[in-house]
Design a protein around this ligand. Structure first.
Ligand code: MRU
Length: 343
């Protein structure tokens, strides 16, 4: 496996390393990944997270195992174990399907390595293309808003929604970014804020329940979010709280865009109701844990509802920013997303 470097995933001298995102922003610790159960645990604990990054990390782990001499039967089994690690991000399933095809080759070990390397390189390229299309929408001086973390930590490249913001900033558009902290796991407060800081993007962190007030005051010009799965009709799943933003944006007539590569489109889901939504442990809502320590502020047995994602209906979306360009309502309503994946 050749050397590849992303913000949260890297390969060096045939070894795979993942930056433990649960420890950010206070600690930067790279974890050496060698087996499937370890990778499953890392995905479930969100040490590696973000739809594209999950798919790439799982594929690289399979490639590593192939290089270690695992049999084809073992690798096929491992792929299924990895596939079940998180249910919503379809990039994981799509990337593993590519790996399964590689494993059918006579020289399956070399094919698996080549495929995982290709998935990494492809994601870098797709991110750049989305960033170009999305940044072209941004007008000078705009105040943008985003949710969760969709940057370099969540992909192999510059990111999806945050990649758009990053490029608009680099183009000198004098943008400012409102960063939703993103309860319960604080991907905005911990990760997006950290990335913005590294990139000198002017940002202000807000609690999720402050977005409405900002919109009412006319202080949000455009919203960019990522996605874990886009259904054929344009409905999409993303970090819980995204739907709130879409409703608010609609009410306040603020353009609302979802930014995702074609590897996030799932034509087998006709609409958002078909998208499986992950339920997560109650402790995440009863309190919080991270490199800063852990605290439980609710009664220890408090009953909890903790969906990791919600679904935003297509009718609330101004545009779908994909690697191939920006689709509008009319294009999506006439099947552009299905055609994109089919073609
Ligand atoms: O639970 P997470 O942190 O993996 O959720 C991530 C998101 O919701 C992102 O917006 C999505 O995966 C797109 S990342 C480019």
């Amino acid at each position: 496996m050749k050397n590849m470097t992303g913000l949260s995933i890297k390969t060096e001298q045939g070894q795979l390393y993942i930056l433990d995102q649960t420890l950010l922003p206070h600690q930067q610790r790279w974890l050496h990944c060698t087996d499937v159960d370890q990778m499953v645990a890392m995905i479930q604990q969100l040490q590696v997270r973000g739809a594209p990054a999950i798919g790439i990390a799982a594929s690289l782990l399979l490639a590593y195992r192939a290089g270690q001499g695992d049999s084809r039967a073992e690798l096929l089994h491992s792929a299924e174990v990895l596939r079940a690690s998180r249910p919503t991000a379809v990039n994981l399933m799509n990337n593993l399907d590519s790996m399964l095809a590689a494993l059918q080759q006579p020289d399956y070990a070399s094919a698996a390595v080549a495929c995982a390397e290709q998935l990494f390189a492809e994601d870098v390229q797709l991110c750049l293309q989305m960033a170009e299309h999305g940044a072209a929408l941004v007008q000078p001086g705009e105040r943008l808003l985003t949710h969760c973390n969709t940057g370099g930590l969540a992909t192999a490249g510059v990111g999806t929604a945050l990649g758009v913001v990053r490029l608009a900033h680099q183009q000198g558009k004098q943008i400012q970014l409102w960063v939703d902290e993103t309860r319960p796991l604080l991907q905005g407060g911990r990760l997006t804020a950290w990335e913005c800081q590294q990139l000198n993007i002017p940002y202000q962190l807000i609690c999720d329940n402050m977005a409405a007030m900002l919109m009412a005051r006319g202080e949000v010009d455009r919203i960019f979010v990522g996605s874990d799965r886009i259904a054929a009709n344009g409905d999409f799943a993303n970090k819980v709280g995204t739907y709130n933003l879409a409703v608010l944006a609609h009410y306040h007539q603020i353009p609302f865009y979802v930014v995702a590569p074609h590897t996030t489109v799932d034509p087998s889901c006709s609409d958002g109701r078909q998208i499986p939504i992950e339920q997560r442990p109650a402790e995440e809502v009863r309190g919080v844990a991270g490199s800063f320590g852990s605290v439980c502020w609710a009664p220890e047995q408090a009953a909890v509802f903790n969906p990791a994602f919600d679904v935003t209906p297509a009718k609330l979306v101004t545009g779908w920013v994909l690697d191939s360009g920006v689709l509008d309502q009319a294009a999506v309503a006439t099947g552009a997303l299905q055609r994109l994946v089919a073609g």
